[in-house]
Ligand binder design. Structure first.
Ligand SMILES: Nc1ncnc2c1ncn2[C@@H]1O[C@H](COP(=O)(O)OP(=O)(O)OP(=O)(O)O)[C@@H](O)[C@H]1O
Length: 228
């Protein structure tokens, strides 16, 4: 469903963030993206989100070459992608329910669909009892559940998680991992960039390691492979 074909991203003349990357991610996979700081992980994610454009090469998402996509068609692409960040990025002046509903409002879902879908997703991520709370009234793990709910409420085919456990204690981090794996088992492809060695080593899933803009490892049932 995702293909990077000879993708290079050069920010400046002497700064190549990704160098001739070729990678295929199949539908339903769970993939960890690892590598030292500055390796190119965020650049990889920004390219998928079309926040930046590759210098060379193309990126296909479900057969669509996103590098060729017009601005008019970019929202349709973004609908296929859900994103979760380390620092949650919830709207502080909206309740849990409203945060998730808002993601549906911006794609013009009907009020009826929203009333039906939001409670269902809050249930799925295990946060129904906090629907009327504001983000500052929630623990970090609960806030991350809300941000996951928001990311999946429009049924994206790919969920991108950029360090989703980075701000959580180990126990809460594992709860979030169980949730991401559950969402993956329901059919959503998951791409997770992380520095969480224990999690990567325990889960025995596909691991792609980037160093200096190159893919240096791509293993099924891989390991983290770094000491930090
Ligand atoms: N806007 C930019 N302009 C110039 N160089 C950049 C820019 N963004 C990133 N880079 C460079 O590209 C390289 C890859 O950066 P990137 O942010 O993708 O790394 P990363 O693997 O996500 O790191 P981390 O694990 O610390 O988040 C780095 O050398 C970085 O300095």
């Amino acid at each position: 469903m995702i293909k990077f074909i000879n993708v290079t991203k050069q920010y400046a003349e002497n700064s190549v963030a990704l160098s001739n990357i070729n990678l295929t991610i199949d539908k339903g996979e769970f993939l960890f993206l690892v590598g030292p700081s500055g390796a190119g992980k965020s650049t990889f994610i920004k390219l998928l989100l079309k926040e930046i454009e590759p210098t060379f090469g193309k990126i296909l998402i479900e057969g669509t070459n996103i590098t060729k996509l017009s601005q008019r068609n970019t929202p349709a692409l973004r609908r296929k992608l859900g994103v979760v960040f380390q620092n949650f990025r919830l709207l502080e002046d909206k309740t849990v329910y409203e945060n998730v509903a808002f993601a549906m409002e911006v794609i013009n879902a009907s009020p009826r669909e929203i009333r039906r879908q939001v409670p269902k997703i809050l249930g799925l991520v295990g946060i129904s009892d906090k629907a009327k709370f504001f983000p500052h009234q929630l623990s970090g793990g609960e806030q991350q559940r809300v941000s996951i709910a928001r990311a999946i409420v429009n049924n994206p085919s790919l969920l991108i998680a950029d360090e989703p456990t980075g701000n959580l204690d180990p126990e809460t981090a594992w709860e979030i991992m169980r949730l991401l794996r559950q969402i993956n088992r329901r059919g959503t492809t998951v791409l997770m960039a992380t520095h969480a060695k224990d999690i990567v080593d325990m889960m025995k899933l596909r691991v792609v390691a980037i160093e200096g803009g190159n893919i240096v490892r791509d293993d099924m049932k891989g390991v983290y492979g770094y000491e930090d």
